[in-house]
Design a protein around this ligand. Structure first.
Ligand SMILES: Nc1ncnc2c1ncn2[C@@H]1O[C@H](COP(=O)(O)OP(=O)(O)O)[C@@H](O)[C@H]1O
Ligand SMILES: [Mg+2]
Length: 240
């Protein structure tokens, strides 16, 4: 009898510890998103503006009659090209930190834009087949899906050497399913056999999905490409 009571207390303790951990993780993720928003704004509003001003300044110097010397002209236009490249980078980093497109366009279009701009930047073939999901997920669920696809694409770029990637999203029987499939080098999915590194990407995706009642699975093997699957209930409850 005593043993049963102890076990019950244990389970209750564990449940409240789990709930507390989830609450803290959620707060941490919220703080992280807020910080990303702050950095994105600063990049866009401060650095972005300064770079535009610098580029315009260089352009007007190129047109300055007193500075018509050929060598100087070439140097100025080279410098302007660098500044313009920096502007594009700053803009790209700011929008990956803060998917404003999610609020403006909704999940489906935001993912389409993400995949298209990723493919263009990295010169990798990518296609997206996305069902209209917008009504199916809370804001939190939408952000989780967006961040999962973003991290999966980052991994494809960083690790896979893939030639092509396909992103699909569909909704059926109350579950939203997303898959990111590449034809790259794949990897050993058994973490014990992999070199231990601070791999926060896949575990971060897992945690984010778990918080909205979803899960992540990865199908891969060396030489076989990689497919990351994410599934989450279409109307996850929001715990704040
Ligand atoms: N699409 C992929 N193709 C090949 N290897 C991958 C892919 N995604 C993940 N990996 C492997 O799994 C590891 C863990 O990924 P992740 O948790 O995102 O950590 P990180 O990207 O910081 O290394 C990577 O280091 C890489 O070896
Ligand atoms: Mg990663």
């Amino acid at each position: 009898m005593t043993a049963a009571v102890v076990t019950l207390t244990d389970i209750t303790d564990r449940k409240s510890a789990d709930a507390e951990r989830d609450r803290l993780t959620r707060r941490l993720l919220k703080a992280q998103e807020a910080e990303r928003l702050r950095i994105a704004r600063e990049l866009h509003d401060e650095l972005g503006q300064d770079l535009t001003a610098l580029s315009l300044g260089l352009k007007s110097m190129e047109l300055e009659p007193a500075l018509k010397e050929k060598k100087l002209q070439t140097r100025l236009s080279e410098m302007r090209a660098i500044v313009e490249h920096m502007s594009v980078e700053v803009h790209g980093t700011a929008s990956s930190l803060r998917p404003t497109s999610l609020t403006d366009l909704g999940l489906r279009e935001a993912l389409n834009c993400l995949v298209a701009s990723w493919a263009e930047r990295l010169d990798i073939c990518a296609d997206a087949h996305l069902e209209a999901l917008d009504g199916q997920l809370s804001d939190e669920g939408q952000l989780v899906v967006y961040r999962v696809v973003q991290e999966a694409l980052t991994n494809v770029a960083k690790h896979s050497g893939a030639k092509s990637v396909s992103v699909t999203a569909q909704w059926a029987d109350g579950v939203v399913r997303v898959a990111i499939e590449d034809d790259g080098r794949g990897f050993d999915p058994n973490p014990d056999r992999r070199r231990k590194t601070n791999c926060l990407g896949l575990s971060g995706m897992r945690e984010r999905l778990a918080l909205v009642g979803g899960y992540l699975s990865v199908e891969t093997a060396p030489g076989q490409g990689t497919t990351v699957y994410a599934a989450l209930p279409s109307s996850p409850s929001i715990h704040v």
